[in-house]
Design a protein around this ligand. Structure first.
Ligand code: FEO
Length: 170
C-alpha cells in the first residue's frame, strides 16, 4: 500500500509526464509547419508518445499498489518558437526539471522505506540520464550549426539517428 505522501508525489509526477507529452506535441506541431524540419517533427512526435508511456507506467503502478492515479488537467504548453535553438533549449530545460523531480521522488521513497517504489523509479532514473544526454548533445550540435542553413539541413536529417543511438539496442 502506498503512503499518502508517496501517492501524492507520484500523482504529481503523472502530471509532469503528461505535461511533457503535451509540450513535445506542441513542438512537433510547430516543427511540422516549418519548411524542411521533417526529422525534428518526427523526433518530437515520438518524444511526445514516449512521455505518454512514462505517464501510463505511473498510472498503472499507483493503482496496482492500492492507490488511485488521478488524471490531471493540463496547461497549454509553449506553442510557437522563434528558432529551432529555442525549441531544443526548452527541451533540455524541461528534461532537467523532470530529472530533479524523479530524484526528489527517489529520495522520498528511501526516506519512507518504500523499497517497491524505489525499485520502480530506477527505470525513470536511467531514462532521465539518457534523455538529458540526448538533449545536451542536440543543443551542442545546434550551437555548432548556428544559422547555417546546410547545417540545419544535416541536423534535421540526422536527428533520428541520434535518438536511436541514445536509446541503444531495442
Ligand atoms: Fe518522462 Fe522525458 O521525462
Amino acid at each position: 500500500m502506498l503512503s499518502k505522501t508517496i501517492q501524492e508525489a507520484l500523482n504529481a509526477q503523472i502530471a509532469m509526464e503528461a505535461q511533457s507529452s503535451q509540450a513535445y506535441l506542441a513542438m512537433a506541431s510547430w516543427a511540422e509547419i516549418q519548411p524542411g524540419l521533417d526529422g525534428v517533427t518526427e523526433f518530437f512526435y515520438l518524444q511526445s508518445d514516449e512521455e505518454r508511456v512514462h505517464m501510463l507506467k505511473l498510472v498503472r503502478y499507483i493503482n496496482e499498489r492500492g492507490g488511485f492515479a488521478t488524471i490531471p488537467a493540463l496547461a497549454q504548453p509553449i506553442i510557437t518558437f522563434t528558432s529551432l535553438n529555442r525549441v531544443f533549449e526548452e527541451f533540455l530545460k524541461h528534461e532537467i526539471k523532470v530529472s530533479k523531480s524523479i530524484n526528489d521522488l527517489v529520495g522520498m521513497a528511501l526516506d519512507e522505506r518504500d523499497f517497491a517504489t524505489h525499485n520502480f523509479l530506477q527505470w525513470y532514473v536511467s531514462e532521465q540520464i539518457e534523455e538529458e544526454r540526448l538533449a545536451r548533445t542536440l543543443n551542442d550540435k545546434l550551437e555548432l550549426v548556428g544559422d547555417d542553413k546546410s547545417g540545419i539541413y544535416l541536423f534535421d536529417r540526422d536527428i533520428m539517428q541520434h535518438r536511436n543511438a541514445a536509446a541503444g539496442p531495442q
